[in-house]
Design a protein around this ligand. Sequence first.
Ligand code: MG
Length: 182
Amino acid sequence: MEDSATGRMPPAARRPASRIGIGHDTHRLESGGPLRLGGLTVPHDRHLVGHSDADALLHAVTDALLGAAAMGDIGELYPDTDPANRGLDSAVMLQEAWRRVRQAGWALVNLDCIIFAQRPKLGPHKAAMAARLAELLEIETNQVNVKAKTGESVGPVGREESVSTQCIVLLEQSGETATEKS
Ligand code: MG
């Protein structure tokens, strides 16, 4: 209900109970392993190239979280023009983004991810990546799902030129709104 004195809606009424966010990322592959992906080091003969450690899955998750909270994107938090971010551990970026989102009063309901990579076979690593994401976000493993697809040998993913990722996340109000601006 609108406050008749101020004409403003009270915070609880203005704020939705849940928010959805999406993230996507692509990084180029170059010769020489190992592959850094999903917060893990995966044995492979190619690696992802980027300004940071180029972990495309953690970048997509970071963007999905920031997006759900309407707090911008990973490039605004960690510009690739800043030499300080060179070689940065993507887990650091993810945890800082998540700290900000949590501080804004959000809790995570669930996270669903897809990795698009022709090689290596990621099936054996999916559960470990989900567990690592849960660990980094301080949530339960059953709140995270990681799926993997090949590129069917076509396009940049199929030709092993790049790896792409997608992530979708649902946030709900944590009830901890002490830091919320009214
Ligand atoms: Mg990236």
